[in-house]
Design a protein around this ligand. Structure first.
Ligand code: FAD
Length: 419
């Protein structure tokens, strides 16, 4: 009898989980390795950062998702190296895990464009820890503003700068706009909601670059109606603890959030194969790397061109479809099937801007406002993993919608120590 093949999957995000799910009942051994113990629904991180949801609403233990299956193993570990020739991956503590097939789905991280010291002043939203850090900054700032009687002195604490006008920046700016103009402000008596200033800063001439221009304009108008000042053509030149600088002028605030560039996981350089300028690995038609047909790269880590020659966007549906495809490919190959190329089905893009406000582009049909928001809500609820999270998020959203109230407003001191 032929020996069972061993599939190693690095990353339990959207891509890795889909690949593992496909292989649950296959005649292979699977080891999924992730440096955190949970799968995270990143599209809703900004709602944890703005106190609308709790971490447990958008994160589920990977073990709980994959359950008990013969040959399926989940390991908590940071993969630091890949040896293509000897066919193993190496964990930080030195353990080597050999593979027959390797599926790399380690995602991306924020890119500060060689200004690594900006990171501590302007955290990005990538993990639960990041979201809690942003949430704590916002809540602490409001507490500080409450203590200052002079409006000029409290101005920086009521100012928010979001850098990057992509969907994450837009959603974050909209959510802070909601907090500032409505719900949380009622809890404070020293200052008024009109004192809040929110800036969305973008280096390019327009926000939401990957979206149709008409929807981007609608989004900008909606943000401006909510009191967000959108600064386009405004590259950031420096960030310090309490200031963001531009070529002309600066904004004083400790509330700085980075939603600008991303770079693929640094682990990928161990593959010693072609990468694009953001570090994504250039993969072939079946998502394998050019010199090794049994090493695959998927999701945000992969540079895969569509039929028009443009790289597929770094979005959850791309990662999920690629994960599903790879799982099926491996399962099929083991039973003697031929490989077929990967094709992405674009089902549309959407972004929410605030309560009952969103934009959506579904196969060329463009929607904005309440209907787009309903669509956005349904899609996000459906893609959350697990009935419990779906139910809880739905209940939280209904509560916010009808009461205008935010839930989780605890300051825990976890992130307040300065280095
Ligand atoms: C704030 C935010 C908002 C977003 N909003 C949207 C949205 O509205 N719609 C949308 O479609 N997409 C959105 N995205 C993008 C979407 O989340 C990504 O495209 C998707 O997560 C990519 O899936 P992935 O499997 O490639 O990587 P990820 O989901 O990022 O998973 C990577 C996994 O690999 C693990 N890992 C990384 N390196 C290692 C290592 N060395 N060793 C072990 N484990 C490792 C990580 O812990 C993580 O669990 C958003 C992303 C962010 C950050």
């Amino acid at each position: 009898m032929a020996e069972r093949k061993h599939v190693v999957i690095v990353g339990g995000g959207f891509g890795g989980i889909m690949a593992a799910k496909q292989l649950k009942k296959a005649d292979v051994d699977v080891t999924l390795i992730d440096k955190s113990n949970h799968h995270l629904f990143q599209p809703l991180l900004y709602q944890v950062a703005t106190a609308a949801l709790s971490p447990g609403d958008i994160a589920v233990p990977i073990r709980a998702i994959l359950g008990e299956h013969k040959g399926m193993k989940v390991l908590l570990g940071n993969v630091i190296n890949i040896n293509k020739k000897e066919r193993y991956v190496e964990l930080e503590e030195g353990r080597k895990i050999s593979f027959d097939y390797l599926v790399l789905a380690p995602g991306a991280q924020y890119n500060y464009f060689d200004n690594e010291d900006w990171e501590k002043h302007a955290p990005g939203l990538k993990s639960i820890g990041d979201a809690l850090q942003v949430r704590e900054r916002i809540l602490l700032s409001l507490e500080q503003a409450e203590q200052l009687d002079d409006p000029k002195l409290r101005e920086p604490y009521l100012t928010y700068v979001i850098i990057g006008g992509g969907p994450t920046g837009v959603e974050m700016a909209g959510a802070i706009g909601e907090i500032a103009k409505r719900n949380m402000m009622r809890d404070y008596s020293t200052f008024s909601k009109n004192e809040t200033r929110i800036f969305l800063v973008e280096a390019a001439p327009r926000i939401l670059n990957g979206y149709p221009e008409s929807l981007a304009e609608k989004a900008q108008q909606t943000l401006e109606d909510m009191g967000v000042r959108v600064l386009t053509d405004t590259p950031v030149t420096d960030i310090s603890e309490d200031e963001v600088a531009f070529s002309e002028g600066a904004i004083k605030t400790p509330n700085i959030i980075w939603a600008a560039g991303v770079a693929a996981s640094p682990l990928l350089s161990a593959l010693d194969t072609d990468q694009d300028r953001t570090g994504r690995v250039k993969v072939t038609d079946d998502l394998s790397i050019p010199d090794d047909e049994n090493i695959f790269v998927i999701g945000d880590a992969a540079h895969k061109k569509d039929e028009d020659g443009n790289p597929l966007p770094a979005l959850a549906p791309v990662a999920m479809q690629q994960g599903k495809y790879i799982g099926k490919l491996i399962k099929g190959e083991i039973s003697g099937e031929q490989r077929t190329p990967f094709y992405y089905t674009d089902k549309g893009t959407m972004a929410t801007i605030g309560r009952a406000k969103a934009i959506a582009d579904i196969r060329g049909f463009k929607f904005s406002g309440f209907f787009a928001w309903i669509l956005w809500s349904i899609v996000h609820i459906l893609f959350l993993i697990g009935f419990r999270s779906r139910f809880r998020v739905f209940a939280e959203w209904m509560w916010h919608y009808f009461t205008f109230k935010r839930g989780v407003r605890l300051i825990t001191d976890r992130f307040t120590e300065k280095d």
